[in-house]
Every structure is written in structure tokens, then in C-alpha cells.
Design a protein around this ligand. Structure first.
Ligand SMILES: Nc1ncnc2c1ncn2[C@@H]1O[C@H](COP(=O)(O)OP(=O)(O)OP(=O)(O)O)[C@@H](O)[C@H]1O
Ligand SMILES: [Mg+2]
Length: 338
């Protein structure tokens, strides 16, 4: 019997639903919540596949997951790449692989990091070329962390005064300044196994609990097709098997706004019944598929150069990809967004 483990934090709905679903599939795969204590270097974890929902907050778990790969487990998502990735890199990558992204500038942190002095940063020019930055990005703009989540330290900026007001509050955080997309519509998409896409109309201007739009009008098929294609392109390039990708649509063009979400919100109360059913079903099938496929040399997949060229887990080297790429079965044309 193959074993799938779910590693999670405060979530209450998604992990138990997944375990119940996988165990109900009778597919020769058993699922459970991961049990761990200390991690001994010579001891395998006992799991064939681990779904990681929380190592971004628990560094001990991140190290345990790398250890799990070393001992033959597959981990979703890839803890090596997740540790290396950041949102600024993602924005810079997108246009190189044919996906529209807002114009974005990476900014040196306002303060030098702890334990360093201004001398430590003497390669930086002074003053910074702010006029060029504002001319390139324009207004409105968004000042936001180069890697972050939960809308923390995300500021809408209307003019230079606004910019310096907020930038001066960002301490030693590394920030980006990004073109604001004045959008006509906005979508958040689940992308599973780098293949299956569920496009959800999303209204970020609403209060948190009503952002997933219920009973939305149908999306233009050509726009939806482009969104689905862009989702696959981004997730294949970045190697994420579970991700959400957000797009702001302006003049018919979907701009990728946020696509480093390897432990995306999947809470029943937040995403709603229909989206919850979709994500439980798609992730359960992917985990069973990965466990059954038995591919065990995930550690060999990581070749940074392949990521940089947008070809994902080692494919750029002409190597056979170790993790199966077999698409997970579609639930229905209606819900897969194809
Ligand atoms: N360039 C932009 N143009 C228009 N709106 C933006 C832009 N960047 C961010 N936003 C708005 O700010 C919100 C939060 O930004 P973003 O998703 O990048 O931050 P986050 O902290 O990663 O959020 P999440 O909790 O979704 O991970 C977006 O949902 C969107 O409404
Ligand atoms: Mg977001």
C-alpha cells in the first residue's frame, strides 16, 4: 500500500477532506496526516508522497521535506525550488515565456538589514534613479514585498508623495514597485499537476469573505482559454503542482499579478462549496496518481538553469522528467475550464 501524508497547519477543512477522499478511492493508496518527531538523517519518512501546506511558516518542516525527498518521497510542492523562488523573479520571468505581467521594479531595502551597516551596501548608487522608476512604472502603482502573502505590506500608490510615505515604512523589507492594472475583471485560478485549471472569478475589492464571486456571468471563451494556457505555462516553468495564479484583466489582456502561492487557500468557508469540491477532487486524484506512479528520484529534477529558461523541472536539460506528467483525469469540461 502506498502512503500519502498531508502536512498542514491551522487548516480545518481541506486536509481532512483530502484524507477522506483518497481513502475512499480504494486505489491502493492510503492517506493520513503526517506524523513526525525528530528527524534522523538515516531514517526514511515512510511516505511515498507528502503534500506540504505549511512549511512556509515552519522552517523545521521545510528541512524535513528536503530530507523526505532524499529518502525517496515525492513532495508537493518542491521544497528546494519553493525556498529559492520569489515573486519578483516570477514577474521578470513571465514575459520571457509569453505571459503578460505588470511592469515591475525591484527596490533595494529602505534600511540596511540587521547586523549590516551602510558600508555593507556600498555597491548601491546614491541617490537611486527614482525619476526613471516612476516613469517606467507609472501611477497608480503597487508597492509590495518581493515575496510575501496575505496582502501584508501591499500599498496602492497614487503619486510620488505616496510612494515615499510608504517606502519609508518598509524598514529592511525588500519591496517591488509595480504598475497598477486598472482591471475590468479579475480571476484566481487553481492549477493542479501543471495541467488542470479551475478559473474562478474573484473580486479583490470585496470584503475577504465575499471575494470568490458566486453566480458570475460567463467568461469570454477566448479570454478563458488564454488564462488557462497562461496558468499552465507559468506553473510548468516554475514546477508547481499546486498553485493559484491571479490575473487582472485590462483591455482584454490578462496580466499575471500573483502566482507564487504553493500552499493556496483551499478553505471551504473561504472558497465556497463548488470550488472546494473541485480542489479536493483534483488534488486527491493527483496525489493518488503520484503515489501510484512510484517515481522516486525527484531530487534529480532540480536544475536551476532549466527553471530560468522556463522549462521547469529539469526538462531543459533533455532529461526525462522523473515525476509523472500524466494529466490527472478531467472531472468535466464545465469545471476544468477547458
Ligand atoms: N499590479 C497590480 N495591479 C492591480 N492590482 C494589484 C496589483 N498588485 C496587487 N494588486 C491588488 O492587491 C492584492 C494583493 O496583491 P498580491 O496578490 O500581489 O499580494 P499577496 O500578499 O501575495 O496576496 P495573496 O494573499 O493573494 O497571496 C491583489 O489581489 C490585487 O487586488
Ligand atoms: Mg494575491
Amino acid at each position: 500500500m502506498k502512503r500519502v501524508g498531508i502536512l498542514f497547519g491551522m487548516e480545518t477543512t481541506f486536509p481532512p477532506a483530502l484524507v477522506e477522499r483518497i481513502n475512499g478511492m480504494n486505489a491502493g493508496v492510503t492517506a493520513e496526516f503526517v506524523q513526525l518527531g525528530v528527524t534522523r538523517m538515516d531514517a526514511p519518512t515512510g511516505y511515498d508522497v507528502i503534500l506540504d501546506r505549511i512549511s512556509q511558516d515552519i522552517p523545521y518542516y521545510r528541512s524535513y521535506l528536503k530530507h523526505a525527498i532524499l529518502h525517496g518521497a515525492q513532495v508537493i510542492n518542491n521544497p528546494f525550488w519553493w525556498s529559492a523562488d520569489d515573486k519578483y523573479f516570477n514577474y521578470a520571468l513571465a514575459p520571457k515565456i509569453g505571459v503578460a505581467a505588470p511592469k515591475t521594479v525591484l527596490l533595494p531595502s529602505h534600511r540596511h538589514p540587521p547586523q549590516t551597516t551602510s558600508q555593507s551596501m556600498r555597491n548601491l548608487v546614491f541617490p537611486l534613479p527614482w525619476d526613471e522608476v516612476f516613469e517606467y512604472v507609472g501611477f497608480p502603482a503597487f508597492l509590495k514585498p518581493y515575496s510575501g502573502g496575505g496582502w501584508k505590506h501591499v500599498y496602492k500608490i497614487h503619486n510620488e508623495g505616496d510612494f515615499f510615505h510608504y517606502y519609508h515604512q518598509t524598514q529592511d523589507m525588500v519591496m517591488t514597485l509595480q504598475e497598477g492594472i486598472e482591471f475590468d475583471s479579475y480571476f484566481r485560478c487553481y492549477v493542479i499537476g501543471q495541467e488542470e485549471v479551475h478559473v474562478m472569478p474573484y473580486d479583490p475589492r470585496q470584503p475577504f469573505e465575499s471575494r470568490y464571486v458566486r453566480d458570475a456571468p460567463p467568461t469570454d471563451p477566448a479570454l478563458k482559454a488564454r488564462i488557462v494556457k497562461d496558468c499552465r505555462t507559468l506553473c510548468r516553468a516554475l514546477g508547481y503542482d499546486l498553485n493559484t495564479v491571479e490575473f487582472a484583466v485590462r483591455d482584454g489582456i490578462p496580466y499575471a499579478i500573483d502566482f507564487l502561492n504553493p500552499a493556496p487557500d483551499a478553505d471551504y468557508h473561504s472558497v465556497g462549496q463548488e470550488n472546494f469540491e473541485w480542489i479536493v477532487d483534483a488534488v486527491a486524484r493527483m496525489l493518488v496518481d503520484r503515489a501510484a506512479s512510484g517515481a522516486k528520484d525527484q531530487a534529480r529534477d532540480y536544475r536551476w538553469g532549466a527553471f530560468l529558461h522556463g522549462s521547469g523541472n529539469g526538462e531543459g536539460n533533455g532529461e526525462k522528467k522523473a515525476v509523472t506528467k500524466k494529466p490527472v483525469r478531467k472531472k468535466s469540461a464545465k469545471t476544468t475550464g477547458k
